[in-house]
Each structure stands twice: as C-alpha cells, then as structure tokens.
Design a binder for this molecule. Structure first.
Ligand code: HEC
Length: 152
C-alpha cells in the first residue's frame, strides 16, 4: 500500500491509506441502464470467471421488456480477492486486520474462517462492478433529461 500526500479536492480527502484514492466530481453523468425492478445477485460461494468483470448485482431488464424503464446508476468498480482454486470471492477482515497491517493473506484467513468458507490458501484479484441506483443528490426536476438529450 502506498503512502501519499493527503491533499484535498472540494474540501474532501483524496487519499486514505486503508481505502485508496478518492476522485470527486460535480454534475457527474450517471450510467443509464434498462431496469425492470429486479436484479441479479452474487451470493457467497457462487463460482466466478476471473477473466471477466464480476457483476455483483446487475439490474435486469432490456428494451424488449415492457416493464423496464431507463434508470440512472452509480457503478462502483473495484478489484476483490477470489480463491484461485475454488473460483469464488473470498471474505476478508478489515478491522484490526487489513486496515492496520495491510496483509491480505492474513485478512483472508481470518475472514474465511469466521464465515466458514473453505480457503485453498491461494488468492488473486478479480475485477468487480456493483450497481447503486442514483436516487440521492440528483438534479432538480427542471433539469431532468428531455427526449433530445438522448435522441438526436
Ligand atoms: C436517458 C436517455 C433517454 C431519454 C431521456 C429518452 N430516451 Fe427514448 N430511448 C433511449 C434508449 C437508450 C432507447 C433504446 C434505443 C435502442 O436500444 O435502440 C430509446 C428508445 C426510444 C424509442 C423506441 C425507438 C425504437 O426504435 O424502438 C422511442 C419511440 C423513444 N425512445 C422515444 C422517446 C421520447 C418521446 C422521449 C422523451 C419523452 C425519450 N425517448 C427520452 C434513451 C432515452
């Protein structure tokens, strides 16, 4: 883990050693997706393909689905440890573990033991995406998108 200077952007921190780099923005354009109110979800022990981005809770729906509408989402992307042998996400402990000694191996051993999840001892990182519906801090209704914002 790196040690960086803690400069600020918009009065907020841009780096915390235990969390990483923060990039702040104003008037950020969300990710738009068809959504019918239902979502897929990753559950403990589900198998994953380490060569793909693992979508933890992809919203369901498509243009062909009469129940779907276009919704705004905030997509959290990251990398999370998975078991190289068992091909599933690993649990890891942060408090009094990773966030203080920065030792992934130890944090995973503690986390998987507490969860009762078998761990082969070999981990690597898989890219992940997590979708959060953007319902807060949205623009006022006068600034809502009109047809021409998307259709030219
Ligand atoms: C957030 C962006 C967005 C806004 C705002 C929006 N649309 Fe759309 N619209 C889309 C997308 C994306 C599609 C699907 C295009 C595709 O997959 O071919 C679509 C599809 C359509 C279609 C079907 C086109 C087809 O070929 O089947 C119509 C009609 C349409 N929109 C009309 C409207 C009207 C009228 C408004 C304003 C009231 C509007 N749209 C606002 C994004 C938008």
């Amino acid at each position: 883990m790196k040690d960086l200077e803690g400069k600020e952007e918009y009065g907020r921190e841009v780096f915390a050693k235990h969390k990483g780099v923060f990039k702040w923005g104003i008037n950020v354009i969300p990710t738009y997706m068809w959504y019918n109110g239902k979502g897929e979800r990753y559950l403990l022990g589900d198998k994953l393909d380490p060569n793909k981005v693992l979508e933890l809770n992809r919203p369901m729906g498509s243009i062909k689905d009469p129940k779907a509408k276009i919704y705004p989402f905030k997509v959290h992307t990251g990398k999370q440890p998975y078991d190289v042998k068992y091909k599933y996400l690993l649990a890891f402990r942060v408090w009094k573990a990773l966030w203080s000694d920065y030792n992934w191996q130890k944090a995973i051993e503690l986390g998987t033991k507490e969860m009762g999840l078998p761990y082969s001892g070999n981990f690597d990182f898989v890219r992940t995406a997590y979708y959060i519906s953007a319902r807060h801090e949205v623009a006022p209704k006068e600034m809502a998108l009109t047809c021409n914002d998307c259709h030219f």
